[in-house]
Write a protein that binds this ligand. Sequence first.
Ligand code: NAI
Ligand code: CS2
Length: 500
Amino acid sequence: MSQERLNNSILENLPAEVIKPAYDRNDVTTGIVHLGIGAFHRAHQAWYTENRIAAGEKDWGIVGASLRSAGVRDQLVPQNGLYSVVEKSNAGTKVQIVGAVSDVLVGPENPQQLLELLAQESVRIVSLTITEKGYCHDPASGDLNPQHPDVIHDLANPQTPKSALGYIVGALALRKERGLPGFTVLSCDNLPSNGKLLGKVLAQYAEQVDSGLASWIAQNTTTPATMVDRIVPATTDADRDELESLIGCRDEAAVMAEPFSQWVVEDNFLRGRPEWDKAGATFVEDVEVYELIKLRLLNGSHSMLAYSGYLAGFETVADVMAEPAFNKLALHFMKSEATTSIDVPADFDIAAYQAELIERFENRALRHRTWQIAMDGSQKIPQRWLGTLRHQLANAGPIEVLSFALANWIRYVSAVDEKGNAIEVSDPLAAELKAICDQHKPQGSDEAGNEALAAAFLAFTSVFGDDLQQSAPLQQAVVSWLNKLDAEGTLACVQKSFSS
Ligand code: NAI
Ligand code: CS2
C-alpha cells in the first residue's frame, strides 16, 4: 500500500538520517531554468545548486522544463518539487531531499508560458540536459542539421517551438525586443566541446531567423563548456519501493546515483552564477582535456560494454563487469586505446582514474542497464569512440577493442540478437541503421555479407564523416570481428580474445 507522497508538510517527519533542505523554500527566487529535467539534472546540477541555496544563495532557485513529456512534472509538482537523491554503493545508501526545484513546465502543453519564463529578467542561466540528440546537430560535423524536423518546424512556428534551440532563440528574441539582458546557456550533456557546439548551433539557428538577432545573441549570451560526471541510471519502481520503505513516504521523482560526482566548468557566465565550486565543482579556463578523458575513458568504455554486454546477455553494467573477461577488457581498452589517444597532463594520475572507473562500473547497488546506455549510439559514438579511433589510425596505434566495439554496435542496430530475439533499438537514426543491415547483410546470410556491411557502415557519413571509410585497416578489423561474432557470439569472443 503506497504511503503519503513526499511534500513540504511532512519533511520534518522523515527519519533523522535523511538530509533535508535546511532553508525556507519560500525565500528562494528563480535564477535558473533547466531544459530537460531528467534524472541526471536532479542528481547533479540541482544537487550542487541545493548546497549553494542552503548556504544562502537564495536567488538561484530552479524551474525545470520538459520539452517532451509531462512525466517528470507529474512526479515533481504533487511533491512541491521535492525529490530524493539516493546515493547507492556497495558501502550502503544515503538519502538527501532536494528542494532547489520549485516547479516544472511542460513545453508542448503551453509553449508561451515557457517562452515567457525564459524571457524573465531574473533568469540568468538556462541549463540543458536534453540528451545528445536534443542539439539538432549532425553528429559527425557538429553543425546544425537544417533538415532536422524540429528545426524545420520551429523556424516556421517560432511561437510553438519543439526544440531547445527554438525555445532559447525565441526567448532571447523577446529579451532583445524588451531591452532585457541575455543569459548564459549551460550545456550539461555528454558532448565534445559542448559549450562551443551549443554556441555554434544556436548561432546557425538564429541566423536562419534574423541576422540582427543572431548578432545580438552573439553579444548577449555565453555558452560555457562543462564536463559532467555522475552515474545516474533511470529510476525503477523497485527503486521507489525500496526508498519508500526507507523514508516512510512515496517519492515518485527520486533519482538513484553513485556517490561519485564531478563537475568541471568554464567560468564564463554573463550575469553571475552560483558558487558551485564551494559545493565541489571546479572552475577552469579550459575544460577540454577533462572532457576528452571522461568521454573517451568512461563513456567510451560504457558504450563498448553496453553493446557487447547486451549481446552477451547481461542486463546491467555491474553484471557485465562480474564476468572476468569483460572486466579485463574494460581496463585493457582504457589503458591501451583510450588513454593513449590523449595528451594527459603530467600531474593527472590516470592510473588511479582508470582504477576508480572500474570500481564505479562494478557498483552492484546501481542497476545501470546496458540497454539504457546503448540508446542513441549514433549520437554518442563520434565523441566516445571515433576521436580515439582517428588518433590511433593516424599513429598506427591499436584499434582492436574499438573495432570490436563497432562490430558489436553494428550487430546491435540490426535489431536482432544472437538468439534471434528482437532488440528494441532506441536511436534517432535506428531506421536508417537497420536499413543498412537489411540491405547489405540480410539475416542468416554468410560471411561475404560482412565485407559489404562494414563498408556500408563506415560510409554512413552522418556518424562516421567521410574519412574513416578510406581506412583499410579499420575495414579489415571490423570485418574480422563481424566474422568472429557470427561464428562464436560475443561472450565467447571476449573470453577467447581478452581473458589473458
Ligand atoms: P532522462 O531520460 O532522465 O532525461 C532526458 C531529458 O532529455 C528529458 O527531460 C527529455 O524530455 C529530454 N529530451 C530527450 N530528447 C530531447 C530532445 N530531442 N529535445 C529536448 N529534450 C529532449 O536522461 P538523464 O539521465 O537525465 O540524461 C540526460 C543527459 O544527461 C544524457 O543524455 C547525458 O547527455 C547527460 N548525462 C547523463 C548522465 C547519467 O548517468 N544519466 C551522466 C552524465 C551526463
Ligand atoms: C552513459 C552516461 O547512458 C550513457 O550513455 O554512458 O550517461 C554515463 O552514465 C555518464 O556519462 C556518467 O557520467
